[in-house]
Design a protein around this ligand. Structure first.
Ligand SMILES: [Zn+2]
Length: 222
């Protein structure tokens, strides 16, 4: 398999960048970067038939994922969550076709697994060794778990009143948990400061290009 990934593009000013070196935000305007793909070739060659015999996880869409080499995929089996009809709730709110996709069945019990599987895979591919992020909950456990799977070091900055379950996820995964006396925004400031000081790569939401690529697979599955 090969990915149709071509480059990174700024979602605001349109500047393009290589997708083969570590990038966080646009060098020119500081806004979010998105990976771009050769959609016209993919639309001809990447057919539904190819998916049929693939493993039931989000990496079955490898051609539209931002990873060059399959060996860099860091997976715990995320994605391919069930979709079921919720008739009683539907009737209550006046819908005759209400469906729920149960993202709680992901490996780290939330949709955050998808984004962190993608971001940690790309970090591994780019040779990054130490990751950091602020989190108030589920993303922390996901990041620490995927970093552990990849053999990377994880630093997590959480408000001290974050759920205990998520704190424990970081600890049992071998991550460096730092509890902050403040809000998630304070944790973000400290995480960014430590990133600069200790050469950590910050994988905060929309501060790097790849988490969103995992999340988009929810749409593919639907
Ligand atoms: Zn820009």
């Amino acid at each position: 398999m090969r990915s149709y990934l071509t480059n990174l593009e700024c979602t605001y000013c349109g500047e393009t960048f290589s997708a083969d070196e570590p990038m966080r935000l646009c060098d020119k305007c500081g806004k979010v970067l998105y990976p771009r793909y050769d959609i016209s070739t993919a639309s001809k060659n990447f057919t539904r038939d190819l998916l049929r015999d693939r493993a039931p996880n989000m990496w079955r869409y490898f051609e539209m994922m931002p990873i060059r080499e399959e060996s860099n995929i860091v997976t715990l089996g995320e994605g391919f969550t069930p979709i079921f009809e919720t008739k009683a709730l539907g009737a209550k709110i006046g819908s005759n076709a209400l469906f729920l996709k149960d993202e709680g069945l992901n490996p780290t019990a939330s949709f955050k697994a998808r984004g962190l599987s993608a971001a940690v895979s790309k970090a591994k591919e780019l040779g990054l060794k130490k990751l950091t992020m602020p989190s108030a909950g589920n993303a922390a456990g996901a990041m620490a778990s995927y970093a552990a799977r990849a053999g990377l070091e994880a630093f997590v900055f959480m408000p001290q009143d974050a759920p205990e379950a998520n704190q424990k996820e970081v600890i049992v995964s071998g991550g460096n948990l730092n509890l902050i006396d403040g809000l998630i925004s304070d944790a973000g400031i400290i995480s960014r400061g430590k990133a600069a000081e200790m050469d950590l790569f910050d994988v905060s939401t929309l501060q790097e290009p790849y988490r969103v690529e995992g999340k988009k697979t929810m749409g593919y599955e639907i």
